[in-house]
Structures are given as C-alpha cells and as structure tokens.
Ligand binder design. Structure first.
Ligand code: FES
Length: 137
C-alpha cells in the first residue's frame, strides 16, 4: 500500500513538473524581450586576467562599440573571474556562448566585424578550456 502511494505521488510530481516546468521555460524563451543582440563579458577582476591586459581590452572594446554607434545593440560588461584563469584576457559572447582566450587589442576589430556584426565567430581565438586547473590552485 505504501509503495502504491509513493508511486502515485512520484507520478503526480513528475507530471506536474513536466507540465508547468515546460510552460515556464517556453514563456522565458519565446516571450522574453531581446534587449541586446550580443552581450559580451570581459573578465577583469579575477586572479590573472587583469595582469594579462583584460582591463585595457575591455576599455578598447567598449570604445570600439561606442564609436561604431552599436551601443544599443551590443552590450559590453565587466565580469568577475570565469574560473578559467591563465588564458586571459578572456571574453564570452552571448547568446552564442562563444569563449575567446588571450584576446589582444589588435584582435578586437576582427571580433566586432566578424562575430558581433556578421555572426561569424573568430575561430583562431576560441578558448580550449585549459584554464580550469589554474583557478583551483
Ligand atoms: S581571472 Fe579571468 S578567468 Fe579567472
């Protein structure tokens, strides 16, 4: 009897979660306003990125976006540590979830022109995920 009751409760909970969880997810993805076309985060305050030139890259990227009149479409934000130290300056671009590593100021025009404006990510700067160990020291 107890097994049957437990099974009924589990089935009800699963059904409830699937029904209302999915509706909530659909609402968030289809109804949410698109505030910016691209949202770019630059790690500027962790253990290593600031020493690797991240603040200068952040300033230069923000200036580039401002001078091109893209401020209302592309948002550049400072970020804390991505927990991927040692590969900075690190940049993440959403909604594409593209990570760039060791970005230099000279790379920014290409990132803006190719990725942010034409949706063609710059593969030569892709992050390989190797910074995880540096953060856990
Ligand atoms: S300092 Fe930039 S990822 Fe940790």
């Amino acid at each position: 009897m107890l097994d049957w009751l437990f099974f009924q409760l589990a089935a009800f909970w699963s059904s409830f979660r699937n029904t209302f969880g999915k509706q909530s997810y659909i609402y968030m993805t289809e109804q949410s306003p698109k505030v910016f076309e691209k949202h770019v985060f630059v790690c500027v305050s962790g253990k290593t990125c600031p020493q690797e030139g991240a603040c200068e890259v952040f300033d230069a990227l923000r200036k580039e976006i401002f001078e091109r009149g893209l401020k209302s479409k592309i948002r550049i934000n400072k970020s804390g540590c991505f927990d991927q130290c040692g590969n900075g300056p690190l940049i993440v671009v959403y909604p594409d979830q593209v990570w760039y590593a060791k970005v230099q100021i000279d790379d920014l025009k290409e990132i803006v022109e190719e990725h942010l404006l034409k949706d063609r990510p710059v593969e030569r700067l892709f992050y390989d995920g190797s910074g995880r160990k540096a953060c856990t020291r």
